[in-house]
Ligand binder design. Sequence first.
Ligand SMILES: C[S@@+](CC[C@H](N)C(=O)[O-])C[C@H]1O[C@@H](n2cnc3c(N)ncnc32)[C@H](O)[C@@H]1O
Length: 214
Amino acid sequence: MKIKYKTYWRKSGLKKNWGNIFLNIVNQHKPNNFLEVGVFCGVTARNVCELLETLHKDNFKYIGIDLFGGKISEKENTPNYLKKQKFSNPFKSLYYNFILNENLNSIESVRKFLKKFSKKVELIQGNSNSVLKNLDLENIDFIFLDGGHSFETVYEDLNLIFKKISKKKGLIILCDDYLDAAYITGVKKAVDTFVNKNSLKLELVERRFAKIII
Ligand SMILES: C[S@@+](CC[C@H](N)C(=O)[O-])C[C@H]1O[C@@H](n2cnc3c(N)ncnc32)[C@H](O)[C@@H]1O
């Protein structure tokens, strides 16, 4: 099967070949129930849904958590692309900022973009450190952790997840920006501290993603 990450003329955290590398990791594990923390504009969500539909037809679910425009905590080192809806392509800027007047990181925009999969998708607006406390993770078999990138937020996300699924063998938690993201320093420390504390296995993928195997 040929796997190709598409950007759908939106913005994505997985640029260039990173989307393909990411989708190949998901395809290796073939999860049925996927959780993404940090949906951004929904591009990775859409690619995951397209892949899971090809793999499992109707038998999959995608859950996405994001602030969707809510206030980002002071402790986060917010990447520039989140601060303003700027595009290097002037046609995109004209289209989204002036013709549609649409914020691509709003829950309404992402919902519209994922409409094709509306029965399979659940979007939750809020801070992951709160949302994860009340979310049922029992059936989740793959988590892409790409929300807040400070040590505190990532460490708390990981601990909240682990409290609920520590006995679930085979669960994959893929953390983005573990290495090679010079502007983000908290992810590596949080992942290392969490993995050591719980004696878990960690795999580094392409000097970017940290794959934690429960
Ligand atoms: C790097 S972007 C995610 C990129 C996305 N996974 C992709 O592949 O395109 C990070 C996202 O996390 C969200 N975010 C930041 N802190 C968060 C938090 N504490 N809880 C939930 N979402 C958060 C931001 O709103 C932003 O949309």
